[in-house]
Ligand binder design. Structure first.
Ligand SMILES: [Zn+2]
Length: 350
């Protein structure tokens, strides 16, 4: 082989390797139950594969010192786009929600760098939006629900002293027994008294002694206050239902909230909950805080069908119960919001 041929061969090999590198995705496994460390690993792998569109930082640390990572997916241009916030796993046991959020990020980022990605509009979405993603908002709770004590052994005794309703796998609160989605300062904290109410810290149903008592709620609320996301999608599990409006704030949106959520509910086969009536029931959730204090769109999305049980669906049902049905959901929200925005701009840019 001549030197010229060798150089040509080497050149082809290098281009092939760089091509295969670019055409890889992390590949979130549909059938596995994702632990906190698996989620962290997936996030680091994403940074390696999609550096040109992804920034990763630590938003803060949980009560037990676990990182709460923040992903920013953007074109990295100097121009700030409309901010969007996507949150997973505020509730400990709802591991489908962080897996969904991570898989969405992986597929979205892959679609930005590769033509065979599933989201054909990924690049045009980033012309309008910067995506901020908190895949695991409640890392301590996720570890407790999976009885994954590595790294939090020193908190085991305090966790055991908290009132536990059901097995660990039903754990919903953070590590100190506060339900994070009852702990935001939306103006209704004092009246909040959910149907599973607990006066003292518990595995579910305790709202805390004061708003943002839980470090995780404080960190997320402070971030929301600086970012003011135009839309927040907060992912939970159980119900195939959207909690999209409450009586206190619904009228402000002048129909935008209903149009947007109807579009998504129809496309994904979800029900729309009735407009929440009583602040005693609905108050102090992240979506309520978003609507009441920032006057932006906030939706609590309950992934996976109801089964009249507290138990989560098995990990290996994720694809059929969640992914196949909802993989386009964040895209649908953003495309519909872009379409409706000119008519409703006055709400956000007075
Ligand atoms: Zn939940």
């Amino acid at each position: 082989m001549s030197i010229k041929q060798r150089i040509l061969l080497l050149f082809l090999l290098v281009s092939f390797l760089s091509l295969t590198q670019k055409n890889r995705k992390v590949g979130i496994e549909d059938s596995l139950r994702y632990s906190l460390s698996m989620s962290y690993e997936a996030i680091v792998d994403m940074l390696y594969l999609y550096e040109s569109f992804l920034d990763i930082s630590v938003l803060g640390y949980s009560e037990f010192g676990q990182s709460i990572p923040l992903l920013k997916i953007s074109t990295k241009s100097a121009e700030n786009k409309k901010p969007v916030l996507i949150v997973g796993n505020l509730h400990a046991r709802e591991f489908y929600s962080s897996k969904f959020v991570l898989k969405f990020c992986d597929e979205f980022l892959y679609s930005l760098v590769s033509e065979d990605g599933i989201y054909q509009s990924a690049n045009s979405i980033l012309k309008d939006y910067d995506l901020y993603v908190i895949p695991v908002a409640n890392p301590d709770g996720l570890k407790i629900a999976q009885e994954d004590w590595a790294g939090i052994e020193s908190y085991r005794a305090s966790v055991d002293s908290i009132k536990r309703i059901g097995p660990y796998s039903d754990w919903k609160a953070n590590g100190t027994g506060i339900d994070l989605n009852n702990n935001f300062d939306d103006g209704n904290f004092d009246v909040k008294h959910g149907h599973l109410f607990e006066e003292e810290p518990a595995s579910q149903g305790h709202k805390g002694a004061f708003p943002c008592e839980a470090k995780e709620a404080r960190i997320i609320q402070d971030f929301v206050d600086t970012l003011i996301p135009l839309i927040t999608l907060s992912y939970h599990t159980k119900g195939d239902v959207l909690f999209w409006a409450d009586r206190g704030t619904h009228s402000y949106f002048n129909g935008l909230d209903e149009k947007l959520n109807t579009k998504v509910a129809d496309a994904c086969g979800f029900k729309m909950a009735r407009v929440s009536r009583n602040p005693r029931d609905y108050g102090a959730g992240l979506e309520n805080y978003i609507r009441a204090k920032t006057k932006r769109i906030g939706v609590c999305v309950e992934l996976s069908p109801p089964n009249d049980m507290v138990d989560q669906h098995p990990a290996n049902m994720f694809k059929s119960l969640v992914w196949d049905k909802c993989k386009n959901m964040p895209i649908l929200y953003l495309e519909e919001l872009s379409r409706l925005y000119p008519r409703y701009k006055y709400l956000f840019e007075p």
